[in-house]
Design a protein around this ligand. Structure first.
Ligand code: B12
Ligand code: SF4
Length: 541
């Protein structure tokens, strides 16, 4: 049975006729789901071909036409809800050019809304939650041409016109039993050759970043109202030895210098973190080039002691989901953190010379003018602590989250089909946030303006200079002069968020005309434009 695994283009929009979108786009962040599915199927001896549409130039339609010159029995594809239009087009063209191929979709998009997404996209099968075991069982079942009822756990399919959602599949508890993800078959080496320090905000610690994404655990013990866990709600960790084995096998092979730990939660256990840091540093010390790493953190569990250990072993950045400086909102979001913990975590990171990348999200269901002011005032008063290290956004109800369900129940999302189609096609740009608070339309509008204004003002800026092919900039925090290669000096009114190569704190590097253009946009009231440019860069790199 010939199996195709298709990674679709990761640009936020997908109009296949948009001439700007037909070129290969090698500068993205590699998703992990499909490489795991590929590894498991290959280990079981299946005949698997992987195609990464990010590496192919041309209209999606033409590429799929060409791919289907070879007949595949099954195609696996999928990802986040955000990529609904990509999936829709992919399925449409497969049906047109290869009607006998069985189409299987999975990932966050299906897990969040199995019924709706299956009905809209009409694949042959859908896989809810973790894909590895279900995908393998499905292939085996199809190979046997079994006439038995399909009882594979985690599977969605259609029978006599009715959508059947099978029993959920329990999560994999022994993650060490999985093979390492098959990045190579998705053109990982070619992708790395095209990554630059500004591909993703945090890769600028070196001039030629070559990153390795890894998941050391799946899911998270928390249930914040704006979040969802596509693999299930049970928090499962790999052993540190298994993680190190994957790193040691791949760091050399792909000449890696940055490890990105994609976990939802990595810093919750001091003993485990210490074991990782010790082993990571021991390995890094054997390498000719320093190996850096970062992982998303929570302000409550990432202690000063942890930060010291992380810093010593190669961490340079701590991304934090700060969410709000109001306890009322943190409680409403079920975040289980406090404003004091936010401030302490940032001060500790600073003292340990670790960069911070945090985000506040406004517009939770319980947000009022007063709660929003608590966050805005904190940002204003602590400009020297927070500037350029945080982004302010509005909350987006992503499918599968508690707030999404609330928005549907309260009629804020009137039609789930329209929502997935239109919001996804517009790239979920939060420049036009939904009012899910009890504030009136005009109060919400005023809050939007204040948040835009804050974003436009809370940066800490430094002017870069071109020096041959390098860009040189003096850190506004510590005064160190960093010399960046492979970064262009921002033109016109743009800025680029970079980290100092000495104190690692982040600031916005601007070009010569930045001040003048900023003043002009402010004078003609284009604050929102400035905010949108920043936001777009923040979301899609
Ligand atoms: C790391 C991460 C990122 C990274 C990297 C993303 C990437 N390129 O993959 C960054 C920081 C860039 C990121 C950005 C965003 N992310 Co994110 N991210 C995550 C995180 C924490 C881990 C993802 C991961 O790699 N997990 C490990 C792999 C192995 O798991 P997996 O991808 O889920 O795959 C498994 C199953 O889902 C399934 N599966 C997946 N694909 C397929 C396909 C088939 C065919 C099958 C059968 C099965 C299958 O099998 C896999 C193995 O078991 C998740 C949270 C989470 N728990 O997933 C959020 C998450 C995926 N992100 C989310 C969102 C919303 C975003 C953003 C839109 C946020 C924003 N507004 O900026 C952007 C989108 C950026 C983009 N253009 O893609 C949401 C998705 C919600 C949804 N309903 O789709 C999640 C769930 C978090 C949340 N907020 O609730 N993200
Ligand atoms: S936001 Fe972070 S802590 Fe909260 S549930 Fe999601 S991953 Fe866990």
């Amino acid at each position: 049975m010939k199996i195709l695994i298709l990674m679709f283009r990761l640009q936020p929009t997908t109009d296949p006729y948009d001439p700007d979108r037909v070129n290969a786009f090698l500068n993205y962040l590699l998703p992990l789901g499909l490489p795991y599915i590929s590894a498991v199927l290959k280990r079981a001896g299946k005949d698997v071909t992987c195609v990464n549409l990010n590496h192919r130039t041309g209209l999606i339609k033409d590429i799929i036409k060409e791919i289907t010159e070879v007949h595949y029995d099954i195609v696996f594809t999928g990802g986040l809800s955000l990529f609904y239009p990509h999936l829709k087009d992919t399925i449409k063209y497969f049906r047109e050019f290869s009607p006998l191929t069985k189409i299987v979709i999975g990932g966050g998009i299906l897990t969040a809304q199995p019924e709706i997404v299956f009905r809209l996209l009409e694949p042959d099968f859908g896989i809810v939650g973790e894909g590895e075991e279900t995908a393998l069982e499905l292939v085996n079942w199809l190979e046997q041409h079994s006439r038995d009822d399909c009882s594979i756990k985690g599977l969605v399919y259609k029978e006599n016109g009715k959508i059947i959602i099978n029993q959920p599949r329990p999560q994999i508890t022994d993650l060490d039993s999985l093979p390492f993800p098959d990045y190579k078959s998705f053109g990982f080496a070619e992708h790395l050759d095209n990554v630059n320090p500004t591909t993703y905000p945090a890769l600028d610690v070196v001039d030629n970043p070559r990153y390795y994404p890894i998941v050391a655990s799946r899911s998270c013990p928390f249930c914040c109202t704006f979040c969802m866990h596509p693999v299930g709600n049970k928090y499962v960790q790999r052993s540190i030895d298994n993680i190190m084995e994957e790193l040691i096998q791949n760091v050399e092979k792909f000449n890696i210098n940055i490890v990105i730990i994609y976990d939802e939660l990595f810093t919750n256990n001091m003993e485990r973190l210490t074991e990782f840091c010790t082993k990571f540093k021991t390995y890094s010390d054997t390498r000719p080039e320093k190996l850096w790493f970062y992982c998303a953190c929570r302000v409550d569990s990432t202690t000063n002691e942890m930060m010291k250990i992380m810093k010593m072993s190669g961490a340079y950045l701590l991304p934090f989901g700060l969410e709000s400086y109001s306890q009322v909102i943190l409680n409403s979001m079920r975040k289980h953190t406090t404003p004091e913990q936010i401030k302490t975590a940032i001060i500790n990171a600073r003292n340990n010379e670790l960069g911070v990348q945090g985000s506040f999200i406004f517009g939770d269901v319980a947000e009022t003018r007063e709660t929003a002011n608590e966050t805005l005032n904190f940002l204003k008063k602590n400009h020297r602590l927070m500037g350029s290290a945080v982004t302010s956004l509005f909350i987006i109800p992503f499918q599968g989250s508690h707030i999404y369900k609330q928005c549907v129940e309260r009629g804020i999302i009137k039609d789930e089909v329209t929502f997935i189609e239109e919001r996804a096609r517009n790239g979920y740009i939060a420049g036009d946030p939904m009012n899910m608070t009890a504030m009136s339309g005009s109060e919400f509008e005023a809050l939007k303006n204040d948040v835009f204004e804050d974003v436009a003002n809370h940066g800490v800026y430094a002017r870069g200079r071109e020096c041959g092919s390098d860009v040189i900039v003096q850190c506004p925090w510590c005064g160190w002069v960093s010399n960046f290669k492979n970064i262009s000096l921002p033109q016109r009114g743009l800025s680029v968020n970079v980290g100092c190569r000495h104190c690692f704190y982040r600031f916005d590097m601007v070009g010569e005309w930045y001040g003048t253009i900023k003043l002009m946009t402010r004078l003609v009231g284009l604050k929102r434009l400035e905010w949108l440019i920043k936001l777009k860069k923040g979301i899609f790199g």
